[in-house]
Design a protein around this ligand. Structure first.
Ligand code: PMP
Length: 367
C-alpha cells in the first residue's frame, strides 16, 4: 500500500461543466452552446488581449513572482494597502490556501452553507478538518443566524459566498454585521465575492472591503467572471496583513503566470468593458428568468451571472434533454439541488436558444 493520506478518500475531484467539444462528439452536433460555467459572454477586454499578445513575446522569462504590478493595480483600484492583497491562479487557488493557512487538522472545524461553492469543502478535506454544513434558509440564502449558532470553540472559519453559487442569492450588510457581532474574534469570516460586480448596485449589499478593519474578514475576488478572464486564471483577495504574510509563505512561487498578470492589469484598466458586461448580464438574467417562468419553473432572483430555477421535478432528465439539443447547463443534482437547473447568463441570443430548447423539453415532459 502506498502511503496516500487516508482522509483524501473523502474528497471528490471537481466536476466542471461539460465541454462543448465533448457534447458535439457525443450527440453528433455542430452547434452547441454552453451556459454552464458562469463565464462572461462578452469575452475579454480588447486591452487584455493586446496585453497578452505583447507579454507572449517574453514567455521564456519567469513571471514576476511577487505579481508586483498586479498587486499595485489592485491596491489602487480597490483603495486597499498592497500588504492586504492576495493573488492566485484563480480564486480556486486562494480557497485552497486559506484552508492550509487556517486549519490544522481533524481538531478544527470549518462552517459552510449548503449548498454553496463545492471547493470550500475541499480546502477542509485536504487537511482532514471537520466540515460543518449549515443548510440555506427557505429562500435559498445563507442562514447567518444558523451559521453563528453552529460555531464552537473549534471553529476556525465560516465561508459565505456572496452572491452564492449555485443559488445567486446575497446576504445583507445587516446580516453580516450581526454575524460578526455574534461570533468570537478568533473565527475568520471569508466572503467569497466572485460575483460581486453583478451585485454592486444593491443597496443592502456589503463587501469584504467594508470589513477589512475588523481584522478577521477575508474577501475573495476573481478575474474569471465580470472581467472575462476565466481561461487565464487570476483570482485575488483582501485580507489582514498577517494573513497575507502567511499566504506569502504557503503559496507557489510563480502562482500567477506572466500572461495572466498582464491580462489582469489591462482588464482592471478597462472600466467601460466591465460596465458593458454587467449591463449585458442584467438584460440576460431578466430574459432567463422569463424563460423559466414561461415553462412554469420558479427562478430564484439572482444577483450573479446565472439563474437557478426550481423545475418542480428532477433537473437531471431536463439537463440531458437540453444536452441532446446542444444546450449545456448545470443539473442541480451535482450542485445539491436535485430539482433545479442552473443556467449561466449568456448573450441574449443564447438565452433565446436556451428558451426554445427548454420549451420543447418541457412540452415533452408534460406530453
Ligand atoms: N467562488 C465561487 C463562488 C465561484 O462560483 C467560482 C467559480 N466557479 C470560484 C470561486 C472560482 O473561480 P476562479 O477560480 O475562476 O477565480
Amino acid at each position: 500500500m502506498l502511503p496516500i493520506r487516508p482522509h483524501l478518500s473523502a474528497m471528490r475531484p471537481y466536476s466542471p461543466g461539460k465541454p462543448i467539444e465533448e457534447v458535439q462528439r457525443e450527440f453528433g452536433l455542430t452547434r452547441v452552446i454552453k451556459l454552464a460555467s458562469n463565464e462572461n459572454p462578452l469575452g475579454p477586454s480588447p486591452l487584455a488581449i493586446a496585453a497578452v499578445e505583447q507579454a507572449a513575446r517574453e514567455m521564456h522569462i519567469y513571471p514576476d513572482a511577487s505579481s508586483y504590478r498586479l498587486v499595485q493595480a489592485i491596491a489602487e483600484r480597490y483603495a486597499v494597502p498592497a500588504d492586504q492583497v492576495l493573488f492566485g491562479n484563480g480564486s480556486d487557488e486562494l480557497i485552497h490556501y486559506l484552508g492550509l493557512i487556517f486549519l490544522n487538522g481533524p481538531e478544527d472545524e470549518m462552517i459552510v452553507g449548503d449548498p454553496s461553492f463545492v471547493r470550500y469543502d475541499a480546502s477542509a478535506q485536504v487537511v482532514g478538518a471537520k466540515l460543518v454544513k449549515v443548510p440555506l434558509d427557505a429562500d435559498l440564502r445563507h442562514d447567518l443566524t444558523a451559521m453563528a449558532a453552529a460555531v464552537t470553540e473549534r471553529t476556525r472559519m465560516i465561508w459565505i459566498a456572496n452572491p452564492n453559487n449555485p443559488t445567486g442569492t446575497i446576504v445583507t450588510r445587516a446580516e453580516i454585521d450581526t454575524l460578526l457581532a455574534n461570533t468570537p474574534a478568533h473565527v475568520v469570516v471569508v466572503l467569497d465575492e466572485a460575483y460581486a460586480e453583478y451585485a454592486a448596485d444593491e443597496p443592502d449589499y456589503a463587501t469584504s472591503l467594508d470589513y477589512l478593519a475588523t481584522e478577521r474578514v477575508v474577501g475573495l475576488r476573481t478575474f474569471s467572471k465580470a472581467y472575462g478572464l476565466a481561461g487565464i486564471r487570476v483570482g485575488f483577495g483582501f485580507a489582514p496583513p498577517a494573513v497575507v504574510d502567511a499566504f506569502q509563505r504557503v503559496r507557489e512561487p510563480f502562482n500567477v503566470n506572466s500572461l495572466a498578470q498582464a491580462a489582469a492589469i489591462a482588464a482592471l484598466g478597462d472600466r467601460e468593458h466591465l460596465a458593458a458586461g454587467v449591463k449585458m448580464n442584467r438584460e440576460s438574467a431578466a430574459a432567463l428568468m422569463e424563460a423559466f417562468r414561461a415553462v412554469g419553473a420558479k427562478p430564484v432572483a439572482s444577483f450573479a451571472n446565472f439563474v437557478c430555477a426550481d423545475m418542480g421535478q428532477p433537473g437531471e432528465p431536463i439537463f440531458r434533454e437540453l444536452l441532446k439539443r446542444g444546450v449545456i447547463v448545470r443539473s442541480g443534482h451535482v450542485l445539491g439541488l436535485p430539482n433545479y437547473l442552473r443556467v449561466s447568463c449568456g448573450t441574449l441570443a443564447e438565452v433565446q436558444e436556451f428558451a426554445s430548447a427548454l420549451r420543447e423539453v418541457m412540452s415533452l415532459a408534460t406530453a
